[in-house]
Structures are given as structure tokens and as C-alpha cells.
Design a protein around this ligand. Sequence first.
Ligand SMILES: Cc1cc2nc3c(=O)[nH]c(=O)nc-3n(C[C@H](O)[C@H](O)[C@H](O)COP(=O)(O)OP(=O)(O)OC[C@H]3O[C@@H](n4cnc5c(N)ncnc54)[C@H](O)[C@@H]3O)c2cc1C
Length: 371
Amino acid sequence: MRNTHVVIVGAGIIGAALAYHLSQRTRIAVTVLERDIPGAGASGHSFAWANAFGKDPREYHALNRRSLDMWYRLAHQLDTDIGIHYGGEMRWENSPERAAQLRQRIRQLQTWGYPCRIITRDEMLALEPHLCPGTTLAASLSEADIHVETDKFIDVCLRHASESGAVVHPRTTVSALVIRNSRVAAVKTTDAEFPCDVVVLASGVQTTELASLADTYIPQQRSPGIVIKTTPCGEVLHHIAVIHAPPTDENHQHLHLRQLVDGSLRIGQGTQEGINRDASQQHADALLARAKAYLPAIADAEAIPTPVGYRPMPLDGFPVLGFTEVVQNLYIALMHSGVTLAPLVGEMATLEIADGARVDWFAPYRPERFG
Ligand SMILES: Cc1cc2nc3c(=O)[nH]c(=O)nc-3n(C[C@H](O)[C@H](O)[C@H](O)COP(=O)(O)OP(=O)(O)OC[C@H]3O[C@@H](n4cnc5c(N)ncnc54)[C@H](O)[C@@H]3O)c2cc1C
């Protein structure tokens, strides 16, 4: 007796998490419309480090921390391989200024109750014996951090949702919203119309354009980034999920690196929000060469360049979550750090959509803040 029809536009990590949670409600019928294949947007280009390490201010840190902790329960509920790698994040610094900043950040995070600590070089090497860290003036371990294989997670969520009655339409582009009496009555694609009671825009960078069809202003910044892939190599990271290595010289940025179950690596540079548009083989080779200096055991790996990924990035950097004021049954779910936030957003947005709750944690992130 499913009598509330929710249409989700976008099958990235956020749309998939929502489809899973909403489809567990017996009175809700879920349809997912995806213009490409699931995971083709930012989720497929992500570095996929779930963390609250660099998240400020404290309220936003707490939101990310809650979600990070929820990954464990969600993995248990899904009870299938979703490519979670536990073991935490390890980083180190090789300049006095950055070492001091790292010690200060760890002190700050510990004050906020984040499970992280300064470790010695010997502890680093005990955790990851293949590492050649070079000069190490400070090092830290953030034990709760994980990384996730987003394609596996999206696939499992959509499979569970389908088993509970959800219908997923890949290669189906939403082109218009039929609005009557300040509500979306139907979602139009190029060749069909889907009547609905609620529409969720989990459409990543396209959310701005789709929201404008309902006279709703959701501004974004342009935030291109690159995470390269490598060919598979033997297991080089035995314990740690994510590594952040310092620049090898002042012309370079920090390097971040993780290893997947199939042995391939994902490598990016700069911060989690760093801008990068260089999708060339030359850039991919240079990034891998720097990684090899820290991990000689990956000497045989070859770099595979990947296209630029565009982060969904609201103008002020914070998530946009909730029903809009103008069109009352239009729900926005737009955010950077969507890999970290997917468990929390999937579960809490379901409370708002299915039960009519207004979750306090989302109060700073409502769509109307943009006017
Ligand atoms: C380089 C890079 C590194 C990142 N690193 C991290 C990280 O380490 N940790 C972290 O937490 N986050 C990270 N992020 C951010 C994170 O990946 C995103 O926040 C997250 O993937 C957003 O998921 P989403 O489902 O909202 O969007 P998307 O994955 O972009 O999904 C939106 C979907 O909507 C579909 N769509 C769009 N328009 C339409 C339409 N008209 N009709 C139908 N379908 C449509 C798209 O095809 C797409 O599949 C990174 C992102 C990038 C690009």
C-alpha cells in the first residue's frame, strides 16, 4: 500500500543512500531517475575519504563526525561488501611550520573529541612498513577515518532499494518540473512524465539548474578536481585507509593516497577541496612518481589519467538540505563531502521526507539561506 511517491533525481552516493532508506518505508514508492549510469557524477571521481579532520567550524565538524560514525552501522545493515576500508588516516609533515600546524590541529580535534593523536615515526613504520616517509617532524593518526568504494556502495544501495520495490531508470534525463499550486506535480524526462508527491534533487552540480526550474536559487562554486588511478599492485598499505604525505618540495602540494581491494591506488593532491583541471597522462605520471618516492613498493604501478570531476559545491561550502519554501514538495540534497555525509543525509532526510520531521542538525543548512 505505497501511497507516497518520491522521485529522486540523481543516482550518485546521495541519491543512492536516500533511495535505500526511503524504500525501507512501506508506504513510500521510490523512483530514481539518472541521466547517465549510477555513480557517473562526482561520486565516481571522488577520493572518497570519510572524515571530519579538516571540517570547520565545530558544528560542521560535528555533522561530519556523526555521519562518519554512522558508516559502521550502515555497513552492518547492508551486510554486503561496500568497499569500506577501516584503519584510519595517517599524515606527516616535513617542515617546522606545517609540523606545528599539525600538532595544533590535533590538539583542537582532540578537544572536540575526535579520536586522533600524534604518533612517532616508529609507530608510523610499524603500521605501514613499506613507507619511506623521509624527514618527519610531526605525524598523526586519525583512527576513525575510513575510505569507501563508491561504485560498490551505490550498487548495493540501489540493489537493496530495487528489492524493496524502488524503480531505477538509468540514462533518463530530467528536463522539466510540472508545477501546480506551488507543488511539483510531475517530473518530465525527454520521453515520459513521472507523477510525484515529493521530488528530491540529489543531482550534484546540476542541482542549481534543476532548482531554477522551480524558481529556487541554489548557487554553487565551480570546483574541479582530479584523482588518478593506477594499475593494480600488491598490498602496500596493510593497515591505514588513507595517507596524506607532505610536499616533496615547495613547488608541489600534499599528496593523498589510498589502496582499493583490487590493489589499484587512487592518488590526489592538495586538500580535499583543491582545484585541479589537469587530466593529462603527464600529470598522472608526475603524481605517481611522487607517490613512488614515499612507497617504493609500488614501483611497477602505472598511472591511468582520469577525467576532471566536479564537486557539488554550494557557494558557502556547506550542505544544502531540506524542502524549499517556494515549492513545498521539492527537497534539495546538495553537498561537498557527500561521501562522508551519505549515511547521515540518507537517514535524516528520510525522517524529513517520510515523517515530516525537521531535523535540528540541518537547521544551518536550509535552502532558504540563499534567499
Ligand atoms: C576530485 C574529488 C574528490 C573528492 N573527495 C572527497 C572525499 O575525499 N571525501 C568526501 O566526503 N567527498 C569528496 N568529494 C565530494 C563527493 O564526491 C561528493 O560530495 C559526492 O560524490 C556527491 O554525491 P551526489 O550524489 O550528491 O552527486 P553526484 O555523484 O554528482 O550525483 C549526481 C547525479 O545526478 C545525475 N543528474 C544530474 N542531472 C540530472 C538530470 N537532469 N536528470 C537525471 N539525472 C541527473 C548525475 O548524472 C549524477 O549521477 C570529492 C569530489 C571530487 C570531484
